[in-house]
Design a protein around this ligand. Structure first.
Ligand code: GDG
Length: 766
């Protein structure tokens, strides 16, 4: 079939989401690969024209494009030599070890690099052919890092996103790659780069700064310079699993019955442990077996009443490090069984093969302890799948700190797999956790995976990509943004993220109230001063879509200049979660301006007390999340924001009747659940399970820095708590109308800028 179709959504990945199967009669067909990625892509493609471009899994000529899984599949040809050089060689024996902490040494071969370049170029050519005008192209993973730049050369009109399924290494390791600059430049052809963790995105941005000398502001890298300058955003967008599908599967009578059968077939062990991994040295299989073997040897576990099932899915079987790993694992399994099994009660059950989804779900349901011990893992979906299957709220997850999943599944039994004694103790803790403790931990982990599933991940990625300002896409009939003329992108500005609607030239000159001017002059002379401000509605004008909120030019710069003066502490204090606040302000890594999020529950400084949730608070948060999600289901258009310690219902911009009904329902939830705080603000109802507030955070910060007075600017109900806690010697300023405990009032962000500039010049700044 000739390529005559062009598609508005294009996915590119090394592999197509199907496997070739040959029936007994010799006819060839395709089986859709299992897994959440395909499901998520199917649903993002629903209602849009979509195509998936990738290798079909066999060397030689590519089959013609065909339809499967609700989308067009467009195979790419790879020769046997290319599979060796591009895939097994450069991707899996050069990049994979470098990107996973060099657990085994990386191999560098120039011919592998050439194959990698050629295959990436071929992908880009096909993508350029199948993408419709202005299409969105989503490239996946480390095998295709040069595709964004190749594609941009061919098709400057398309939006290009790239997601890395594996970690991005610290610059010290990445710098070993002889082709490091070419790889960064390849990636910088994209508009948006998604990583599993914020740390990975940070590693990428640091590599751009240190190895290419590029400017990095907040989560944005300025690629190229002069008229070709483009902004590339790099942020954490953690992947997840299809929670609903796994949960549903585990509840089926067949899977539940099979789970019982599995236990019975092993002699109904008292303790059943499970590991499911690709047989890969990153997964820490050797480490977990060593810990298990020692527990059996110590007598802490009895082999006649304990079984460890290890499923090791075959992987990369032609690469030396994998061949060696297989031998070592199989040797250890043999020793464990020889030493500690009894007839009918194996100490280990080792299976070097893969299973269907039903069998996986049954194994998850059967296992008392799921053992996930990677030495480094981008995310680890097995951990999330285990949680999604445990609808009975039972079971314990032992999880390595070195997985992306550890950032979300905080109630797992965390371990450092390198610490054998620590790992042994963690395994025992998990094995001996009682039903109540298992329930408490599992409920919270399930709540985390339920609310952040693979669908949310795909939606988050695509909305981040598609929300980028059209100015970055010259082919869309708009001009390229010029950093030299757009104030918000001035490379000398340390806090900037991107364009705002407001140009300082357009602002009217401002006259402040004489009383306020005098008060500013008074505090400006103090030796030690804290200058703090809310973000939304104060430094940034309120906007309908909170994700587009940006500080007006000059405000963050004034705070930055103030923070450079002696005895001056500066802070931005917001109800937003810290990650969002840092992204919106560009303050990530800013050493002098503190960012305080979630009303004081999160902070970039140790000078405010931020606390982890107690089990009760986490349970209450899970209930609030579920209840407000129901309000959302009843009132489309309402938005829910999840925070580490709370949940917020947003109704800005909605039809007033809908907004009122949703608000009333949310307040009923608050009245029933009685969380630590329920606050009704402008078009928001916010509930928090901890009692952190902006006032306490400011007092703590002022005390820690020995400030003699605090200047605080705020506009909303939550800022009133700060105004009330501060004293008469502090300078409190309300922005906008409404009752207030503040001493002074200004009308908007323009006047806020004037306050900050007057303070700066009165304190001896510019
Ligand atoms: C990379 C990153 C990141 C495994 N055995 C069987 C089977 N599986 C499925 C699991 C899971 C998937 O394969 C493995 O995903 P992981 O996340 O655990 O690990 P990687 O393969 O290394 O994946 C990783 C991931 O990409 C996604 O971004 O999380 O960090 O390394 O879904 O269930 N599925 C079936 N039978 C098996 O025997 N059906």
């Amino acid at each position: 079939m000739p390529v005559d179709d062009r598609f508005e959504l294009v996915i590119a990945a090394n592999r197509l989401p199907v496997d070739r199967v040959v029936a007994p009669d010799g006819s060839v067909g395709w089986h859709r690969s299992p897994g959440g990625l395909v499901t998520a892509m199917e649903s993002v493609m629903a209602g849009r024209d979509g195509v998936w471009v990738g290798w079909a899994g066999e060397p030689g000529e590519a089959p013609e494009p065909f339809d499967e899984a609700g989308m067009r599949l467009h195979p790419i040809a790879l020769s046997a030599e290319e599979i060796e050089g591009y895939y097994e060689g450069f991707s899996n024996d050069t990049l994979w070890p470098i990107y996973h902490d060099v657990i085994v040494p990386a191999q560098f071969h120039r011919e592998w690099w050439h194959a990698y370049r050629e295959v990436n170029e071929r992908f880009a050519q096909v993508l350029a052919e199948v993408a419709a005008d202005g299409a969105t192209v989503w490239v996946h993973d480390y095998q295709l890092q040069l595709v964004p730049a190749f594609l941009r050369q061919l098709r400057p009109d398309v939006r290009i996103g790239w997601f890395n399924h594996i970690p991005f290494p610290p610059v010290e390791l990445f710098a070993q790659l002889p082709w490091r600059a070419a790889i960064l430049e390849g990636l910088l052809g994209a508009d948006f780069l998604g990583f599993q963790r914020r740390t990975d995105a940070g590693n990428f941005r640091r590599a751009c700064r240190q190895l290419l000398g590029m400017t990095v502001r907040g989560d944005t890298v300025t690629a190229d310079s002069g008229p070709d300058a483009r902004l590339v955003r790099a942020a954490g967008v953690p992947i997840s699993t299809d929670f609903k599908a796994m949960d549903r599967l585990a509840r089926t009578p067949e899977v539940r019955e099979r789970a019982k059968e599995i236990r019975a077939s092993l002699g109904d062990p008292k303790h059943l442990l499970l590991g499911i991994d690709r047989l890969d040295y990153t997964k820490g299989i050797r480490h977990r077996l060593k810990a298990y073997q020692e527990l059996l040897a110590d007598g802490a576990l009895d082999g006649s009443e304990t079984t460890f099932i290890q499923i090791a899915t075959p992987s990369r079987e032609r690469i030396d490090a994998y061949i060696e790993l297989k031998e070592q694992v199989e040797g250890t399994v043999g020793r464990i069984n020889g030493e500690y099994s009894t007839i009918g009660s194996p100490a280990m059950e080792y299976l070097h093969r893969s299973y269907g989804r039903e069998e996986m779900a049954a194994l998850f349901l059967a296992a008392d302890v799921m053992v996930v011990t990677p030495l480094r893992d981008g995310m680890n979906l097995v951990a999330k799948e285990y949680v999604a299957c445990r609808y009975d709220d039972q079971g314990a997850l032992v999880l390595s700190e070195f997985t992306g999943a550890a950032e979300e599944l905080r109630e797992a039994f965390m371990c450092n797999p390198h610490d054998v004694e620590g790992l042994k103790q963690t395994l025992l803790d998990a094995i001996h956790a009682g039903p109540d403790e298992q329930r408490r931990r599992m409920r919270r982990m399930r709540s985390a995976v339920r609310r952040h599933d693979v669908q949310t991940w795909a939606d988050d990625f695509l909305s981040a990509l598609e929300a980028l300002p059209p100015a970055q896409h010259p082919g869309r009939g708009t001009t390229m943004t010029d950093p030299a003329t757009t104030p918000a992108m001035n490379p000398t500005d340390p806090t900037d993220l991107g364009p705002t609607d407001v140009d300082p030239q357009d602002l009217d000159p401002v006259d402040l109230d004489p009383g306020l001017r005098a008060a500013i002059a008074a505090v400006a002379g103090l030796d030690r001063l804290l200058v703090a401000s809310d973000f939304d509605g104060v430094l940034a004008p309120l906007v309908d879509d909170p994700s587009t909120s940006r500080a007006i030019p000059g405000t963050l710069e004034a705070l930055d200049a103030l923070s450079q003066l002696p005895g001056t502490t500066c802070a931005v204090v917001s109800g937003r979660d810290l990650e969002t606040l840092l992204a919106l302000t560009g303050l990530d890594g800013h050493e002098r301006i503190a960012a305080v999020g979630s009303h004081g529950a999160q902070s970039t400084t140790d000078d405010t007390s931020t606390q982890a949730l107690t089990p009760e608070q986490a349970d209450q948060l899970a209930v609030l999340d579920a209840e407000l999600s129901e309000v959302l289901a009843r009132h489309p258009g309402v938005r829910i924001e999840h925070k580490p310690a709370g949940v917020v219902l947003h109704t800005r911009g909605l039809d007033p009747t809908v907004a009122e009904e949703a608000t009333a329902e949310a307040l009923v939830v608050g009245a029933e659940q009685r969380p630590a705080k329920v606050l009704r603000g402008k078009d928001v109802v916010e509930m928090s399970v901890v009692d952190a507030n902006k006032g306490t955070a400011l007092l703590e910060l002022a005390a820690a820095r020995g400030s003699q007075a605090t200047v605080y600017l705020g506009d909303d109900v939550t800022d009133e708590q700060a105004f009330e806690r501060l004293g008469p010697h502090d300078l409190t300023i309300k922005v906008g109308p409404g009752p207030t405990a503040a001493r002074f009032r200004v009308t908007d962000a323009t006047e806020v800028l004037e306050v900050l500039e007057q303070l700066l010049s009165a304190r001896g700044g510019h």
